[in-house]
Design a binder for this molecule. Structure first.
Ligand code: TPP
Ligand code: MG
Length: 972
């Protein structure tokens, strides 16, 4: 940008700017004064500068700013009355300046607002008018049309009549393509786009062969929809009809990939047109698709529940007409519109890593296809767009394509957005936005070529809005005439896109009627044959209910110990910083204490155990990615993975500097987003399964901002789509009297989602077990998501420390026996997490010797065998109590109650807070009262109940609490 450029002190800043903007200009340029306007060589310069000023006044130096303010004012003033005078380039000075200035204004206005006059709506229902672009606005009249002006930067510049200038501008900016780009602050980008478009006046110039290919793609798209419509009447497919141009656009994009250095395209899209994209873009066989339409269809590949056909993903190598291949993937997605966006971005970034493309990010291009309603409506769109330029989440630019059928289900634009365009968000990020008439596939294909060029050159997102219509209802069983009768009478009589394009190509001689017929009949024959084959395949299907997915190895021990010597060495590495670094004294102390902990001189805290887990994995070449809000330092100022120099804020990350051949350690402060960031990290984890990818919530309760990602992807995607992820969620959790928020990570919600060994949910109590848990997650072959309730107060609690020796033996313990009372107890309190320390303190204080406290460090899957073994040393008729600090309807109780009762064959007593609508009290005093009570209550049962005669395998009813319910003070 102009203002970013250094200027030499002894030069007029305006002159300096001039030189930089126009390096070929001779050095004898006039000074920035009015007289300079008449200098024809500077017209383009002046106009560019004017444009910069209009886009962003502070982008030009103050001399020019003042000048343009006067210049604008001048444009608004009437020239001195001069009877019969016509403005022309030959007029005297004042008359000469003002009309030329108004020409610049006109150029600017058309470039900025021409899109409002563009013919974008195939149905012609959207008004195309803007009085701001009327000739009179620029104080020209028809009588000026043949006057000659300097056309500034327009298409190479030079003298042109006003008529030519207008025609040029209208053709470029008001035809079938409307473009928003003048809001872009970066001058180089604006100029590139302008020149690229004006060079061709935004008119496509495809060879006949390319035009035929585009027509063929449109015909293929139409034909597939028609075929499905007639063979599978009323079956939901979310037809693309009205928007078939999409298929031609995607084909043109893939065709352009090899020359642009693109090896892979990662696509994400919703329901609309998905089947068409699968077949006509990704090359999924029609036979397979037709098979999926059959009522007896059973998915062959997925072991779990599978998914409906319009959510399934696919991946293929597509051979372009040049013979070069492009890898194309379509991510599976849930119904939840736009939720796939961050997942695709994460996957694209992971694939860039796999292709060693982490600098330019030009080999893998993410493409997101949106609906108009969802694009403007769903918040995750904005969250994902905001990732696009961030260090930890960049993917080098996403191509967004909106299939803008001008309707969302039954809702039209006036009810679905407060903006003119559904792409308005793109403007806030300064992205170029192209709107194109969907009935003009050639124009749309031309724009996608520009989009790819732009993306590869500037590594920025770009938006292509294909304005089209939806031929049927929302789905094929839906009647659009109930709600949009007038619109649909228009659509009913609207010609097919292929007919319009065929007419155009026939007129220009690019194709013959016979060739078109040949294309049509070839496609129809392929479909008929595929249908026949699919019927044969379907006959072999015998639907049966699949058995639950099981993963018994999930409970197998994994050795994760690290020798003491190695830990001590790592302790030195993670606490050493470069000599020339000046750091905060508290940080220095913290680093020294980490070194001492790792050497076994003092007990380990959580953050040190985590650092040692990471360090030990890294030197074993396991890469790690940790992202979350303020994760570099850690919400509780506990992690300090990045150390800053006091003078320069230079950053040093010890975990990146362990050894030459270590795994890469990537730690990022994420933006303040849950849905997009968690989705991104989940997507990343899919394609980098060997990497330990961790997402950390600021506080665990914020994770519900990403509930869709948790419900629709993390917990269920293996069953739906067979996709596995090692993603690890770190969710700070625990009741410390901080109020209703920040206390609970909603453990119950995660446990409710657990079935079929789909993921692991853990709530460890010691740094050592956390160390082993992280290492197990990274090292074991089984790939499952891991949800960890992580500590807050315990981070600095001397009770929650571990001797280093606990890191040097064994592995993660799903069940921790009581360290003090390990046999003969008459009461066993089962618990998870932080409450353990409160229970132990109470027992110690009250000198209770008959009660053992057993910790479920992993709640799902429950290691029943280990639990049995731990309990077997205690009295067989011991009372069993479940104690938790969460309310009765929260925490692990509702998940465990029946399971534990089935397991023990007897009732379990509950000790914890009453059921409540809000997770925790807002008062610290009441919190402490409640906490004391629930602990007392755990120890408070008078006598252990007699064991039943024989173990019942039948589920027992859940017993009501024995003791008096806790009463929480009523809130005022
Ligand atoms: C998050 C979410 N809310 C609601 C729906 C239900 N739904 C499915 S499609 C649709 C309309 C989508 O409109 P648009 O984005 O314009 O796509 P189109 O169907 O028009 O292609 C709605 C509301 C959904 N799938 N996801
Ligand atoms: Mg729509």
């Amino acid at each position: 940008m102009v203002r970013d450029l250094n200027s030499s002190p002894d030069k007029d800043p305006a002159l300096d700017t001039l030189e930089r903007l126009n390096p070929n200009r001779t050095s004898s340029a006039p000074s920035p004064a009015l007289g300079r306007l008449g200098h024809p060589g500077n017209a383009a310069f002046l106009e560019e500068l004017y444009e910069s000023w209009k886009t962003n006044p502070s982008s030009v130096d103050p001399t020019w700013r003042a000048f343009f303010e006067g210049f604008e004012l001048g444009c608004q003033l009437r020239p001195p009355a001069r009877s019969g005078s016509t403005p022309s380039s030959q007029s005297p000075e004042f008359g000469n300046v003002l009309p030329q200035a108004r020409i610049y204004n006109l150029l600017f206005a058309y470039r900025a607002l021409g899109h409002t006059l563009a013919h974008l709506d195939p149905l012609g229902l959207t008004p195309e008018e803007n009085s701001d672009l009327a000739l009179s606005t620029f104080r020209f009249t028809d009588s000026d049309l043949d006057s000659v002006f300097d056309s500034g930067t327009l298409g190479g510049g030079g003298p042109r009549t006003l008529r030519d200038i207008l025609s040029f501008l209208k053709q470029t900016y008001c035809d079938h393509i409307g473009v928003e780009f003048m809001h872009i602050m970066n001058f180089t980008i604006r100029r590139w786009l302008r020149d690229r478009m004006e060079r061709s006046r935004n008119q496509p110039s495809f060879s006949s062969e390319q035009q035929r290919r585009i027509l063929e793609k449109v015909i293929a798209a139409e034909s597939l929809e028609r075929f499905l419509h007639t063979r599978y009447v009323g079956q939901k497919r979310f037809s693309l009809e009205g928007g078939e141009t999409l298929i031609a656009v995607l084909d043109t994009l893939l065709e352009a990939c090899p020359n642009a250095g693109v090896e892979e395209v990662a696509i994400g899209m919703a329901h609309r047109g998905r089947l068409n994209v699968l077949v006509n873009t990704l090359g999924k066989s029609r036979r397979k698709l037709f098979t999926e339409f059959h009522e007896n269809y059973v998915p062959e590949t997925v072991l779990g529940d599978g998914d409906v056909k319009y959510h399934l993903g696919y991946e293929n190598d597509i051979t372009t007409s040049s013979g070069k291949k492009v890898r194309v993937s379509l991510a599976p997605n849930p119904s939840h519109l736009e939720a796939v966006n961050p997942v695709v971005e994460g996957r694209a970034r992971a694939r860039q890593r796999l292709r060693d493309d982490t600098v330019k990010r030009e080999k893998v291009v993410p493409v997101l296809i949106h609906g108009d309603g969802a694009f403007i409506g769903q918040g995750v769109v904005a969250e994902t767009l905001n990732l696009s330029r961030l260090e930890g989440y960049r993917t080098g630019g996403t191509i967004h394509i909106v299939v803008n059928n001008q309707i969302a289900f039954t809702t039209l634009a006036p009810d679905s957005r407060s903006t003119r365009y559904c792409t308005a968000l793109g403007k806030s990020l300064g992205l170029p936005i192209f709107h194109v008439n969907g009935d003009d596939p050639l124009a749309a294909a031309y724009i996608i070529q520009i989009a790819l060029e732009f993306r590869q050159k500037f590594h920025e997102d770009i938006i292509l809005d294909i304005v089209c219509y939806r031929r049927h209802g929302h789905n094929e069983g839906d009647e659009p005439n109930f709600t949009q009768p007038t619109l649909y009478s228009e659509i009913d009589s609207h010609p097919l896109i292929s007919r319009l394009l065929a007419r155009q190509l026939l007129d220009s001689g690019a194709i013959t009627e016979e060739e078109i017929q040949k294309i049509r009949s070839k496609i129809d024959t392929v479909s008929e044959e595929a249908l026949k084959e699919s019927r044969e395949a379907v006959a072999k299907f015998h639907p049966s209910i699949h058995p639950p997915l099981r993963c018994p190895d999930l409970l197998r021990d994994v050795p994760t110990a690290v020798p003491a010597k190695k830990l001590a060495e790592l302790g030195v590495s993670i606490s050493t910083i470069p000599d020339d670094f000046q750091i905060n004294t508290k940080i220095r102390k913290m680093l020294d204490s980490r070194k001492a902990m790792a050497a076994g001189q003092t007990p380990l805290d959580w953050a040190c155990a985590e650092h040692l887990a990471f360090a030990s994995l890294l030197i074993e070449k396991v890469p790690i990615r940790l992202s979350g809000q303020d994760s570099r330092r850690g919400t509780f100022s506990q992690r300090h993975s990045a150390i800053y120099d006091l003078r320069t804020r230079a950053r040093y990350i010890p975990l990146k500097n362990l050894s030459k051949n270590q795994g890469s350690f990537c730690v990022y402060n994420s933006p303040l987003s849950e849905a997009a960031v968690l989705g991104f990290d989940y997507g990343y984890s899919l394609d980098c399964p060997e990497m330990l990818v961790l997402w950390e919530a600021q506080f665990g309760d914020f994770a519900n901002g990403a509930q869709i990602q948790i419900d629709q992807y993390i917990s269920s995607s293996e069953s739906k789509w067979g996709t596995t992820s090692r993603l690890t969620l770190l969710l700070p959790h625990g009741y410390h009297g901080q109020g209703p928020e920040h206390s609970s990570a909603r453990l119950e919600r995660f446990l409710q989602l657990c079935a079929e060994d789909n993921m692991v949910v853990a709530y460890p109590t010691t740094p050592a077990n956390y160390f082993h848990l992280l290492r197990r997650q990274a090292l074991r072959k089984i790939i499952k998501p891991l949800v960890v309730m992580t500590p807050k107060g315990l981070l600095r609690d001397a009770r929650a420390t571990s001797p280093v020796t606990d890191l040097t033996r064994g592995g993660f313990e799903e069940i921790l026996p009581d360290p003090e009372i390990n046999r003969g107890a008459r009461r066993i309190i089962l618990c998870s997490g932080k409450v353990f320390y409160d229970l132990r303190d109470y027992r110690e204080k009250n000198k209770i010797t008959d009660t053992a406290i057993v910790r479920l460090e992993q709640i799902y899957p429950l290691h029943e065998k280990k639990l049995s073994a731990v309990l077997s040393t205690h009295s067989s008729d011991a009372e069993i109590v479940w104690c938790q600090e969460e309310s009765e309807n929260m925490g692990a109780w509702s998940h465990l109650a029946l399971r534990l009762q089935n397991f023990f064959g007897r009732k379990i007593r509950y000790a914890g807070r009453d059921a409540s609508s809000s997770p925790a009290t807002g008062s610290l005093a009441i919190h402490l009262l409640e906490q004391n009570q629930l602990v007392q209550e755990a120890f408070g049962a008078p006598v252990a109940p007699k064991p039943p005669e024989k173990k019942s395998s039948k589920p027992l009813s859940i017993e009501r609490k024995v003791s008096k319910p806790l009463k929480r003070k009523k809130k005022k």
